[in-house]
Design a protein around this ligand. Structure first.
Ligand code: DON
Length: 564
């Protein structure tokens, strides 16, 4: 083991909470060149990152500590029982770590079909059979092995303290757990672990604290082998789940070449397959620029602007459905899908006035909790990390004795061709279930670099709305010269091929009625999205080096800029 695991920093919760006083708000006043910054979806996690960076940790050290902390303080999405993606810019070079869950070896194409061949949609969402082999702990370990500078155990220590001693239960956590209770009751042990939450009372998770202690002492082996692995396997056996000791022992995160593209003055560095997120952002930005004259002078979120955006979304989601899946299992013509010639052909059919007919847009050659955080360290290194249990609180299954929730990522496969998943997105053979395969994702942790230096660190949650959200934030900043606060505050609008010609907007920041009426006139159904999406965590560094950070005001996060 390359990195020392000794010297745990025994932090108390009171001490972590005291840091909250110094960690900013949704939006912080700009810092200076060389400052560090954090934007995370939960204040205690931001406080932990601030402490790690001030202790001399780099962006990866802070990311590891934040990820473990969120597994305690944001249990609906932060996790050790899920998986994710990390985009990095470290020491001037970019990298990408895929720690997505995999289908257990016993999974097969028709796993979620009943005897008549009909899809059992609840089976891929709730309970033991919905769980993919978790990747988070192996991913954080791999990132730390390659880049970490502080001892591993010291980065797990704050999470251990928060799990062991508890933290004041925020009202939002009580209401999230309340909202999901019914779905999980009877089929999972969720109630036993999250049934007693009371706002303002201490929420301690002693089993989770012990699990984290194993991880602190033994690294990834503390999760994939030994007592914690045994508890996962026992939990699977209790509920007819598929994950075995071999699945756990065999799990491997993958360092992949990030998907990158030149866009305007930037090098855009983002998620490759098995996420569709990076692919989509590049198609979006490039098609948008090929349509420069059509977009010229359009007011932000005007009906014409939103119509053209929906036309792009239709084409992107059609390609996603038709071609994309785990590149280790299917041949995806990604290069062809991103060439300028191909994108020119795609935009040639954009209808400037009316919605294109959905059925004619095909591949040209096809409740929701994830969480993102963005970190910039004092040396200009950055981590953009999105990880997930898939929907709120994942499968609802807690590993008995180990105290953590397991994902329901299996729902991101297509259970049958054309069958929409939880997010309403469809897929085909490329994303069919196969043993050890990774399910297609939309997560899009992204970094933009200017002259080799980090200029933007951005990402979001929200299933299929993730990359449409990231695209909007980039365009708000670049084309509409918004500052980070306004770029996040602006109404977000989404279209995804199906339901036909349906445009949704973020429910807490609705579109003006006149805009809705104008889009309806063109044939769109315009409605509020039925849940709030985005939770964007953004850091920007302008050409002068000024550092800004912003956390989506619709949620509970905290952004902080740390003076050098
Ligand atoms: O990987 C994906 O695309 C989904 N499992 C992400 C889920 C998500 O963003 C839920 N958040 N609201």
């Amino acid at each position: 083991m390359a990195k020392s695991m000794s010297q745990p920093v025994a932090k108390s919760v009171a001490w972590i909470a005291s840091l909250l006083l110094f960690v900013g708000g949704f939006y912080t006043s700009p810092g200076q060149a060389g400052d560090a910054a954090v934007a995370s979806p939960e204040p205690l996690a931001t406080a932990v990152a601030v402490e790690v960076l001030e202790r001399g940790g780099n962006a990866v050290d802070a990311a590891v500590a934040v990820a473990f902390t969120l597994a305690v303080t944001l249990p609906d999405a932060g996790n050790i029982g899920g998986g994710g993606f990390m985009t990095l810019s470290m020491n001037g070079a970019t990298a990408f770590l895929d720690y997505r869950e995999t289908a257990p070896a016993a999974a097969h194409r028709d796993l979620y079909l009943d005897a008549n061949g009909d899809v059992m949609s609840e089976a891929s969402l709730t309970g033991h059979r919905a769980v993919g082999t978790p990747g988070t702990v192996a991913g954080l370990w791999a990132a730390h092995q390659r880049y970490g500078s502080l001892p591993w155990a010291s980065l797990v220590a704050p999470a251990i303290a928060l799990a062991r001693d508890g933290f004041d239960t925020p009202a939002w956590l009580v209401s999230y757990a309340e909202d999901i209770r019914e779905r999980f009751s009877g089929t999972t042990n969720f109630e036993r672990y999250f049934g007693e939450l009371r706002a303002g009372e201490l929420f301690a998770q002693p089993e989770l604290a012990r699990t984290l202690e194993h991880i602190a002492s033994h690294g990834q082996d503390g999760f994939y082998r030994g007592a914690v692995a045994d508890a996962i396997v026992a939990e699977m056996e209790r509920g007819d789940g598929l994950i075995t000791a071999e699945d756990l022992a065999d799990y491997k995160p993958v360092w992949r070449r990030p998907l990158s593209a030149a866009w305007r003055d930037y090098e855009l560095v983002t998620a490759p397959l098995p996420s569709s997120g990076g692919f989509a952002i590049i198609q979006f930005l490039k098609m948008r620029d090929l349509l420069t004259s059509a977009f010229a002078g359009l007011a932000h979120n005007s009906p014409q602007y939103l119509h053209l955006k929906a036309e792009l979304e239709k084409r992107i989601f059609a390609d996603r459905a038709r071609y994309l899946g785990d590149p280790d299992f299917v041949d995806v013509p990604l290069r062809s899908l991103l060439t300028e010639n191909y994108l020119r052909e795609r935009i040639a059919t954009v209808n400037p006035i009316e919605p294109s007919i959905t059925e004619s847009v095909r591949g040209g050659l096809e409740p929701r909790h994830t969480t993102h955080f963005s970190i910039l360290d004092f040396d200009g290194n950055a981590v953009s990390n999105t990880y997930t249990l898939n929907t709120d609180f994942g499968s609802g299954v807690v590993v008995t004795g180990a105290g953590f929730l397991l994902n329901n990522e299996m729902d991101d496969f297509s259970a049958a061709p054309g069958q929409p998943n939880y997010y309403g997105v469809v897929g085909d053979e490329a994303n069919a279930i196969a043993p050890n395969k990774r399910m297609l994702s939309s997560m899009a942790p992204t970094i933009l670099r200017r002259d080799g230096k980090v200029a933007m660190v951005v990402g979001a949650m929200g299933g299929s709305t993730i990359f449409t959200t990231v695209y909007q934030v980039i365009v708000n900043l670049e084309d509409y010269a918004m500052d980070p606060r306004d770029a996040l505050a602006a109404t977000r609008v989404h279209h995804q091929l199906y339901p036909v010609n349906t445009i949704t907007y973020s429910p807490t920041t609705p579109l003006p009625e006149a805009t809705v009426a104008a889009l309806q006139e063109r044939g769109y159904v315009v409605i509020p999205h039925d849940w709030e999406f985005g939770n964007v965590q953004l850091i920007t560094v302008d050409a002068e080096g000024t550092v800004r950070a912003a956390s989506d005001h619709r949620f509970q996060g905290r952004a902080s800029v740390l003076a050098r």
